[in-house]
Design a protein around this ligand. Structure first.
Ligand SMILES: NC(=O)c1ccc[n+]([C@@H]2O[C@H](COP(=O)([O-])OP(=O)(O)OC[C@H]3O[C@@H](n4cnc5c(N)ncnc54)[C@H](O)[C@@H]3O)[C@@H](O)[C@H]2O)c1
Length: 215
């Protein structure tokens, strides 16, 4: 299906909508109003209505939203029917935590290959995920049709690994390192910085009380 162009903040909320709608559907709920949805997931109702409006008028006045229809719609937008394989580079403290968590139960994403330089780790299987030597990076990414990589290596090697990932055809990098890596225009980087998140939270609490940020 052709995807409508949606704002980044809306895109970030889609998986949250999807998870909650799945929960509602499994619990046998057939319809929900934006106010009820707002109550449950803590985004204001106007934000929810605006987000949904980007996809066309999905709700009916006085009826609310049909849970199954919404769910099918978001599954399609988020491509939930196809399993997305992700690579993880750097199986240290953070990498191991992400491997153990994996994303399987709550989404269609799973880490299917991990890579490291440490001889002690390479060749083992952790949480069902094989850990390959870096020499296998290009081949595995190609064979497993991996488009996304999670970067959990030390900052000092982040750019060099990014270059290797780009050369292997990776299209998106979830970057946990503090380095703002450089990539060509056709590759997208999403930086995750827990310190930043915490400081944003503190800022909102101090300035606006406990009002949610909407994202
Ligand atoms: N974004 C956040 O909120 C957040 C939180 C904690 C850590 N970090 C960052 O995440 C990264 C990992 O942190 P950690 O505590 O897990 O570190 P760690 O030292 O425990 O793990 C790093 C792993 O990378 C591997 N490695 C080193 N050089 C490599 C290379 N050239 N190719 C492949 N693998 C290589 C190491 O063998 C090790 O297993 C660091 O950059 C750290 O700053 C970010």
């Amino acid at each position: 299906m052709t995807q409508p162009k949606i704002p980044r903040a809306t895109a970030k909320r889609l998986p949250i909508y999807y998870r909650y709608l799945t929960f509602l559907h499994d619990a046998g709920t057939n319809r929900i109003s934006s106010a009820e949805l707002s109550d449950a997931i803590k985004f204001d109702a106007a934000t929810i209505r605006r987000d949904f409006s980007y996809f066309g008028a999905l709700g009916k006045r006085g009826y609310g939203y049909d849970v199954k229809a919404l769910l099918d719609f978001f599954a399609d937008v988020l491509d939930q029917d196809s399993l997305i394989s992700v690579a993880l580079i750097g199986v240290g403290n953070l990498g191991q935590a992400l491997l153990n968590f994996n994303f399987h139960q709550s989404s269609n994403v799973r880490i299917s290959a991990a890579f490291d330089v440490d001889e002690e780790r390479v060749g083992k299987i952790q949480s069902g995920v094989p850990i390959y030597p870096m020499a296998d990076l290009q081949q595995q990414i190609k064979d497993q049709r991996i488009n996304i990589a999670i970067l959990t290596v030390p900052q000092e090697v982040a750019q060099e690994i990014t270059d290797q990932l780009v050369a292997s055809g990776i299209r998106g990098i979830l970057n946990f390192t503090p380095l703002r890596v450089t990539v060509p225009n056709n590759v997208r980087v999403q930086n995750v910085d827990l310190t930043n998140e915490l400081q944003t939270l503190i800022y909102f609490i101090e300035n606006y009380g406990s009002i949610t940020t909407g994202i």
